[in-house]
Design a binder for this molecule. Structure first.
Ligand SMILES: [Zn+2]
Ligand SMILES: [Zn+2]
Length: 232
């Protein structure tokens, strides 16, 4: 049986009344993943070999830089840079014009591989996939969780996709149909209402509507942003 270690944080996120329960959970998991690499794990040889190779993306390197532990980050960056110098050094031995052209491609490939990875993103993605499966499991098995999820504000579109994919491996037959119906119907209803609110927001700038009520449109733009993309 799979571990269901996200049940408590998922229930906490749901009780928090956020715009997307998976965004609230991802925010927590992302900080946990950054803390993991900034913490004791950075002294473990296996972890260090992996971070030296993968490095970190722009978002997560900035989060680590902001974490207030310059020495911890420096230790990781020292050996990561060492590896970059060595990898680029092997590719960058340019001799003569034709060799230079050939090497340029090889250096570009090596650079793409160096900047394309992120140890935090990889860890986070694995945890998020498990958490999405956990959410589907709780909907299936826990009536109280199901009731709260069905009454919640829905999911952002990237997390809607993640949860639907997880449902495909967690459920089957009638239960899968039921879950897919619930997600698609509630999300469509939420998106239509959001669309109406954003539309009314634009109309309020029309002279003819200037004295009309704002209805539910005053915060329609930030709400739309939170539904179209994940939390920032
Ligand atoms: Zn989300
Ligand atoms: Zn990352």
């Amino acid at each position: 049986m799979k571990e269901r270690i996200y049940s408590i944080p998922l229930t906490d996120a749901l009780n928090g009344g956020c715009d997307c329960v998976m965004c609230a959970l991802e925010e927590k998991l992302e900080h946990d993943a950054v803390d993991y690499f900034m913490g004791a794990s950075k002294m473990e040889p296996d972890v260090r070999i992996m971070t030296n190779k993968k490095g970190f993306c722009r978002r997560h390197l900035h989060m680590m830089d902001d974490a207030g532990s310059p020495l911890g980050l420096a230790l990781m960056l020292d050996t990561h840079l060492n590896e970059i110098v060595s990898r680029l050094g092997k590719r960058g031995k340019v001799g003569g014009l034709f060799a230079a052209k050939k090497n340029l491609g090889a250096v570009a490939d090596e650079l793409e591989s160096i900047i394309g990875g992120c140890a935090v993103c990889d860890k986070l993605t694995a945890h998020l996939n498990d958490a999405a499966g956990n959410l589907v499991y709780l909907w299936d098995k826990e009536p109280d969780f199901r009731r709260k999820l069905e009454a919640s504000k829905g999911l952002c579109l990237p997390h809607m996709l993640l949860v639907l994919k997880a449902a495909g491996s967690e459920l089957n037959g009638k239960r899968l149909d039921e879950f897919a119906d619930f997600i698609v119907n509630t999300q469509m209803e939420m998106l239509e209402t959001l669309n109406e609110d954003v539309n009314w927001f634009t109309k309020k700038f029309d002279f003819n509507h200037k004295d009309d009520d704002w209805k539910n449109s005053k915060d329609a733009v930030p709400r739309a942003v939170n539904k179209l993309v994940k939390f920032e």
